[in-house]
Design a protein around this ligand. Structure first.
Ligand code: GTP
Ligand code: IMP
Ligand code: MG
Length: 360
């Protein structure tokens, strides 16, 4: 089986957590990192340790999987080498020689007035992708620091599929950040849908079996975007769930507007930038549209415990409260796809897995 994991809203939905769970549960032979590049910050919490990864796939938690970075992904050499050390994956991680490398000039260019207006992550991804399109970028194969890691990633991935093995592809960002489908110009420098993720690692659409679209139980957005609807005080007052969370945020001494207090209370801070994320109610319309364009076969709802703390760490659907079940059902009904994974905490195994069929 070949599966792709993508974000269904504006990034930070918890793809890292879901990929690490699938890596342990489904035991893929190969796990591919797709998506834009080190603008992503994926979080894994495993055996009491927290990793914030920007280049290595969160699937590294499975010690027998081979990890690859597809040709479509931008590489930051320093970040990559640091993460190889941190995760101890040398010997089982490969980079496609055709990846574009982010250089100092790209990082400098990502501090421009326009980058600030968009609120980019400042990681140099936009300028590096522009250099790629202008055909002036340098590729991974041109850098001796990467010589030990180079491989033909599409060959490895397709060999694994031919051998009947499990392949997992981790995308980055989210549908609402897509260069094609997001709120242009407040978007990232590439399409972020499942089709692009497949192309990033060199897998044809006919070889993909499952597309997991990940949604957080509420919305969060880091960076500028005047089109996103954020929680207003009125909306908070009109919702028992948000009113309860604001009350707890006040008790804890969180500061600022209602939205800012809730973001602080929920711990919503950018993994890469450290910027506070803005919070919104679940956007059903965007979720449905992104499920369609991504060709979702399964959907996953994360952070259900943040809205419904009584569900923290639940591993069976019957352990969810009535309110939480109703929230998940509302998402399933409006998106039109069954939620087969429900994440109930940051730890890899805090998850309810109700997928059909045998899994290894
Ligand atoms: P991008 O590629 O940057 O979009 O990131 P991402 O989708 O991998 O998500 P990221 O790790 O940036 O943010 C998700 C945050 O929520 C992390 O801090 C996770 O540890 C945490 N998280 C994920 N799932 C759950 C969950 O079910 N409950 C709780 N409490 N935290 C979760
Ligand atoms: P860039 O990708 O750094 O150019 O940033 C463009 C927009 O996408 C900004 O609004 C960023 O905040 C947002 N963005 C890029 N990557 C991520 C991510 O991984 N999570 C959340 N937002 C992101
Ligand atoms: Mg993130």
């Amino acid at each position: 089986m070949t599966s792709i994991v993508v974000g269904g809203h504006y990034g930070d939905e918890g793809k890292g957590k879901v990929v690490s769970y699938l890596a342990l549960k489904d035991d893929p032979a190969v796990i591919g990192r797709a998506g834009v590049g080190p603008n992503a910050g994926h979080t894994v919490v495993h055996i009491g340790r927290r990793y914030g990864l920007r280049m290595i796939t969160c699937g590294f938690v499975n010690p027998t999987s081979h990890l690859v970075i597809g040709a479509g992904v931008l590489v930051d050499i320093k970040t990559f080498l640091t993460e190889v050390e941190e995760t101890g994956v040398k010997g089982r991680v490969s980079v496609d020689g055709r990846c574009v490398v982010i250089e100092d000039e790209h990082r400098r260019a990502d501090t421009s007035e326009n980058s600030r207006k968009i609120g980019t992550t400042g990681s140099g991804c936009g300028p590096a992708n522009a250099a790629r399109v202008n055909r002036v970028a340098r590729l991974a194969r041109d850098f001796p620091e990467l010589a030990d890691y180079l491989a033909d990633v599409p060959a490895m991935v397709n060999d694994a599929i031919d051998a009947g093995g499990e392949v997992l592809i981790e995308a980055s960002q989210g549908f609402g950040l897509s260069l094609y489908y997001g709120n242009y110009p407040y978007v990232t420098s590439k399409d972020t849908s499942a089709s692009s993720a497949a192309a990033d690692v060199g897998v044809g659409p006919t070889r993909v079996d499952d597309v997991y679209v990940i949604y957080k139980a509420y919305m969060s957005r880091v960076g500028e975007d005047p089109y996103v609807k954020y929680l207003t005080d009125e909306e908070i007052r009109g919702s028992p769930v948000w009113t309860r969370i604001l009350g707890k945020a006040d008790e804890k001494g969180c500061q600022g507007t209602g939205n800012q207090k809730i973001a602080q209370y929920l711990g919503e801070v950018g993994t890469v930038t450290g910027r506070p994320r803005k919070i919104g109610s679940f956007d059903y319309e965007l979720a449905r549209y992104s499920a369609r364009v991504n060709g979702a076969t399964q959907i996953c709802v994360t952070c259900i415990d943040k809205l419904f703390p009584e569900c923290s760490g639940a591993r069976k659907k019957s352990d969810l409260s009535r309110e939480a079940l109703a929230h998940v059902k509302g998402i399933e009904d409006k998106v039109g796809v069954k939620a087969t994974l429900i994440s109930t905490g940051p730890d890899v195994y805090d998850i309810i897995d109700i997928r059909d069929g045998p899994r290894s």
